[in-house]
Design a protein around this ligand. Structure first.
Ligand code: PBG
Length: 328
């Protein structure tokens, strides 16, 4: 009791604060999202994501080497697909020589030890910008799961270590797990976007990949019939538990900052690693405020990353990974 106990003793210097710090971020906490495009020498800044780029495969090689040298040892791949290759079923996603498949091989050839995770969903390949097949204003569930499982096998064949289904169809983890087992990919893991909310924070990502739902008749304008309602908490636990039962090795909460209550709740509930995706809109907000001089970029970034880890994240997917590691 005061005055014998004075909590401020443990805050008197940076050395003692460091000694008693409960949460520490290291490079190995990060999963680095990368946006891949066709072409040569392409390093295209994304307007709503300052200092983040779409890159062609040759630039990807350099990037991967740099990440590895920085101690960043896991990437999450996304591709931007030409409009002419898009259709309702995302057929191009299954092309063994498609951009994703070549990107996986590029990373593995450049840096074999780099952990490669791949996004599994139809939206970058869909002419309607949805994560599944659209028919009469609806997103078909079971038919989409079939394609997602073929997509997963295709990524595994190209050398992916983990597939990361981000679509929120029911039962897709089981369908994917069974397909991987059938095809001999017992060691290919699944990181499930298990509690993924229908969020307005995904805007800049959809700019980056040109993957927003299109505005035409009989196509839903949002993803609310499959992604979760931001008001729900118990449902997040149910979704996550089901994905684990279906074979998910890692589960994920997305977005990050607005959903840290969910992260903690899930962390307390499950015994598999929990990933958190600090999404594009979260990145954009910090960059924009910092550009205006209204917030200190590095301090706000580190505070947010620490908060995510403190809430229970074992893995943080973040566009800040390189910026953060440079400060460590
Ligand atoms: C697509 C997907 C999205 C994100 C990751 N995978 C967008 C969406 O669901 O519309 C968002 C990532 C981000 O905003 O950084 N299935």
């Amino acid at each position: 009791m005061y005055p014998l106990i004075r909590n401020r003793r443990l805050r008197t210097s940076e050395a003692i604060r460091h000694l008693v710090r409960e949460t520490i971020i290291t490079p190995s906490d990060f999963l680095v999202p990368l946006f891949i495009v066709e072409g040569k020498g392409v390093k295209d800044e994304i307007a709503s994501m300052p200092n983040y780029y779409r890159m062609s495969l040759d630039v990807l090689e350099k990037e991967v080497k740099e990440l590895w040298q920085m101690g960043l040892c896991a990437v999450l791949l996304f591709v931007k697909v030409d409009d002419t290759l898009k259709d309702n079923k995302g057929t191009e996603a299954l092309n063994p020589d498609g951009l994703m498949q070549r990107a996986i091989k590029t990373v593995k050839n450049t840096c074999p030890e780099m952990l490669v995770m791949t996004d599994v969903a139809l939206d970058p390949f869909s002419s309607y910008g949805h994560d599944g097949i659209v028919t009469e204003g609806k997103i078909l569930n079971d038919e989409t799961c079939e394609i997602l499982s073929e997509m997963s096998v295709s990524h595994a064949s190209a050398g992916a270590d983990f597939v990361a289904p981000s679509d929120m169809m029911d039962g897709r983890i089981l369908t994917i797990r069974e397909a991987l087992e059938d095809e001999g990919f017992q060691d290919t893991g699944i990181m499930s976007y298990s509690a993924k909310y229908a969020s307005a924070f995904y805007g800049p990502f959809r700019d980056a990949l040109d993957s927003a739902p299109v505005d035409i008749k009989n196509v839903p304008k949002d993803k609310k019939t499959y992604q979760m309602d931001s008001a729900n908490r118990f449902e997040a636990i149910k979704e996550t538990q089901q994905d684990i039962d279906e074979g998910a090795d890692i589960v994920m909460v997305k977005p990050g900052l607005c959903y840290l209550d969910i992260v903690r709740e899930i962390k307390n509930e499950v015994d598999v690693p929990v990933a958190v995706y600090q999404v594009s809109g979260e990145y954009a907000m910090v960059k924009a405020a910092a550009e205006k001089g209204w917030l200190d970029h590095d301090s706000v970034m580190m505070e947010q990353l620490i908060a995510i880890k403190r809430a229970g994240a074992n893995i943080i997917a973040s566009y800040f990974a390189k910026d953060a590691v440079k400060l460590m």
